[in-house]
Design a protein around this ligand. Structure first.
Ligand code: AMP
Length: 363
């Protein structure tokens, strides 16, 4: 059997592109399905240009590839089930269904994986908000379709209820208690269906609900870091994980609370390309191919800064002044406001001195 595989990637954004780069240097061939023929992956792979729910295009991809994977969780799970052959999608569609719906996700995390999540309840209409105890704060989130803080309402007083009621009447939701966290952290874990390997704990700083800066290792105690990694491993083992998964969590003074999971490489793991001996994309490819997984070492403390559309010029100036910073640009044609255009990774022991692009000017 040839060790060279053809890997089909659903989604040709920056995550698909960086997966493809890892696959290519390992000798594999990549075909990408994306609605845009000039997507970031088009720089490194053949593209089948079709909508994600185009079953004929999915079938063409499945027929031409040994293994399929996806770069984002909102893939049509039913469409995929209709075309994939046994074992062709090692990540499976169950994980997609869990991460597409916060109700399934919370149920999986708290009841199956048995990790700590914020106290929550399912809300099917505004009637479910009538008796909430307003001495506490909450976040109401739509069960499906939300991202980067969209489809969410923070409730801190009775005044917030009007908007929250409207949200609750528009879609099924989850009401979570607000966590007074010290830090937002995440852990990348990869599996090959049998074993898992785990990355260092990442500290994440968001601006306007968009990741802006990741600091590795996260500035938490060794005890909490070990706990965060153990939680990620527990979730991965419960899933018999294949490929890379990101577990987003809150760190409080003495506890770790899981917020959500993303069944794919994640923005907060991009630093691993230079700062670890294998990247989250390498282990994703190894994992979906069922290959043995390496232990992960962090070479040196690192910082990753996102480059949004409004930061491109500042980032270009930055790397001319800091040539040891690693610049990644994804090849997106239009630099729209808040669109992720690239990132920079640099090694630093003084993360507070690494200033985010546009800080205080353009967020
Ligand atoms: P999410 O879409 O669940 O990742 O939420 C987006 C952001 O909202 C998170 O990165 C947090 O900053 C914040 N957030 C979400 N859920 C909670 C919570 N239960 N308590 C406090 N902050 C939250």
């Amino acid at each position: 059997m040839s060790s060279t595989k053809t890997i089909g990637i659903i989604g040709g954004g920056q995550l698909g592109q960086m997966m493809a780069i890892s696959a290519i240097y390992m000798g594999h061939k990549v075909i990408t399905l994306d609605p845009a023929s000039d997507c970031p992956s088009s720089r490194v792979s053949e593209v089948i240009a079709a909508p994600y729910d185009d079953v004929d295009a999915l079938r063409q991809l499945a027929d031409r590839c040994d293994v399929l994977t996806y770069e984002f969780e909102n893939v049509d799970a039913d469409g995929l089930d209709a075309v994939i052959k046994d074992g062709q999608l090692p990540q499976g569609t169950e994980l997609l269904r869990i991460s597409q719906n916060r109700i399934f996700e919370k149920d999986f995390l708290s009841n199956k994986a048995q990790v700590t999540v914020a106290p929550y309840k399912v809300v099917t209409s505004s009637l479910d908000l009538e008796d909430i105890d307003l001495s506490k704060n909450y976040v109401l989130k739509t069960a499906t379709g939300g991202y980067d803080g969209h489809g969410q309402k923070v409730i801190t007083s009775a005044e917030d209820l009007e908007e929250a009621n409207a949200l609750a009447n528009s879609a099924e939701c989850v009401l979570e208690e607000f966590v007074n966290f010290d830090l937002e952290i995440s852990v990348i874990v990869s599996g090959n269906g049998k074993d898992v390997t785990v990355f260092p704990v990442q500290e994440n700083i968001h601006r306007n609900n968009i990741l802006s800066k990741t600091i590795v290792p996260a500035r938490i105690s060794d005890r909490l870091a070990d706990r965060a990694k153990a939680i990620a491993v527990k979730i991965a083992e419960q899933l018999n994980l294949s490929g890379t998964l990101c577990v987003e969590m809150f760190a409080t003074a003495d506890d770790i609370i899981v917020n959500e999971i993303a069944p794919r490489p994640h923005n907060s793991g991009h630093y691993s390309i230079e700062a670890c001996d294998f990247s989250q994309f390498d282990t994703h490819i190894l994992g979906v191919l069922g290959a043995p997984l390496p232990a992960i070492n962090l070479h040196e403390p690192a910082v990753m800064l996102n480059i949004l559309g409004q930061h491109v010029e500042a980032a270009e100036r930055y790397v001319t002044e800091n040539p040891s910073a690693h610049l990644h640009m994804y090849g997106k044609l239009e630099a729209k406001h808040n669109r992720k255009m690239g990132h920079v990774t640099l090694f630093s022991n003084e993360p507070d001195n690494v200033v985010e692009f546009g800080k205080g000017i353009d967020f």
